[in-house]
Ligand binder design. Structure first.
Ligand code: FEO
Length: 393
């Protein structure tokens, strides 16, 4: 338990050892489940709880903070890493009301079977007095679920935006102490969780710009005491601006695709295009997601396996398709033995992306001179497309 400002306490838990979120997202630096207590002169509110695995830590922190009573449990988001300990908190504080919007209430009833009578339903913009402090509730949908909301503590200028602006980073620092480290973690978090909702995030950024925010206290990672740093980063990530980069994700079984990748990467480098290359057999999917945030072009490289793409490449295509990066172009390179539908399959798997698919290059067996020449032409075309966007020299 630590004090953020007078009468505002951080009572969440650091999860140093967690290495996978949603059984999908790698957490190389662990994470935290941040919960906060706001103690007013008349009422006390707990903002979010923690993942159910860390309920005991939350309860110990509440005891240490000598809270006395909790009148309100504000639930910003139904996902269990923040809501999962609410039922236990309600047992300890039976008079507490769960304060949330109608959508989140329905989600919490579905996920946690909380009694309907326990809720106090609020609406967007509504203010709730705690005495000498007041909480203003703001719907901030799709960061990253439809019901997500935040709280603005007017007297202290603190915005509690739940997952929005968060980072999966286990650290003993309550506030950001190394912006470079937090930037990387926050970008990874954005890429994996927020990126599909760029349009909604833009609206939410406009909404919070109207507030006088002096501090952003998210539900994961450290608190931003200089909020301009993360707000500016988000503005960049959700913009339509792409970079002169090619993300090349590939697998090779017998070196045919690898030789094509090597030739192609050299051709791109000769054209002053930045390449982010991932061999998918051992790649950190989080780093691949980070590279998806800015890249102008995505190229998938695959051999042909049982008439289709290598399953690892298909997985990368499905992931990119789900994350919906702002890339403008895509292509496919690779090899085959006697036929197959690798290109058609991969093209179908990225149908969500608003990309022009540039002429794929496939080689029968080990690539020959004309295959390498086709790769050079693809590199030329990518350069020309990037020049049209004004991002290449
Ligand atoms: Fe951190 Fe969407 O829960």
């Amino acid at each position: 338990m630590r004090q953020l400002v007078p009468n505002v306490y951080a009572v969440g838990a650091i999860d140093w050892d967690r290495r996978l979120f949603d059984e999908l997202i790698p957490l190389p630096d662990g994470t935290s489940y941040n919960a906060y207590v706001v103690k007013g002169s008349e009422k006390t509110a707990l903002l979010d709880t923690v993942d159910p695995t860390k309920t005991e830590v939350l309860i110990e922190n509440l005891a240490r903070a000598d809270i006395g009573k909790i009148d309100y449990v504000v639930a910003h988001h139904g996902e269990q890493d923040h809501s999962g300990a609410i039922p236990d908190v309600l047992v300890l504080y039976p008079n507490a009301k769960v304060v949330t919007n109608a959508k989140c209430k329905a989600t919490l009833i579905d996920l946690l079977h909380i009694d309907e009578e326990k809720f106090l339903t609020i609406s967007d913009g509504q203010t709730m007095s705690l005495g000498d402090k007041a909480l203003q509730f703001l719907d901030i949908p799709w960061v990253h679920w439809p019901e997500t909301m935040g709280t603005y503590l007017q007297e202290d200028g603190i915005l509690f935006p739940c997952d929005f602006f968060g980072s999966h980073l286990a650290t003993s620092s309550l506030v950001v102490d190394d912006e470079a480290v937090v930037y990387e973690a926050a970008k990874r978090y954005y890429a994996e969780i927020m990126m599909p909702f760029r349009t909604a995030i833009r609206k939410n950024l406009e909404k919070i710009a109207k507030l006088n925010v002096e501090m952003i206290a998210p539900s994961h990672g450290p608190v931003y005491d200089k909020p301009g740093f993360i707000v500016d980063a988000y503005k960049d990530w959700v913009s339509d601006q792409v970079k002169n980069e090619v993300l090349l994700a590939y697998v090779s079984m017998h070196d045919s695709t690898r030789k094509m990748v090597e030739h192609f990467v050299d051709a791109l480098i000769e054209r002053d295009i930045t390449v982010r290359q991932f061999n998918l057999t051992g790649a950190d999917i989080g780093k691949l997601a980070i590279s998806l945030v800015d890249t102008a072009t995505i190229v998938l490289g695959s051999p042909t396996v049982l008439a289709g793409a290598h399953p690892q490449v298909a997985y990368a295509a499905i992931l990119a398709n789900a994350l919906r990066p702002k890339a403008k172009f895509a292509s496919i390179i690779g090899s085959y033995g006697w036929g197959g539908r690798m290109v058609e399959q991969l093209t179908g798997l990225i149908s969500n992306l608003k990309v022009d698919v540039l002429e794929p290059v496939t080689a029968k067996g080990h690539a020959r001179d004309d295959d390498f020449a086709a790769l050079d032409r693809l590199a030329d075309e990518i350069l020309a497309k990037h020049r049209e966007l004004g991002i290449a020299g």
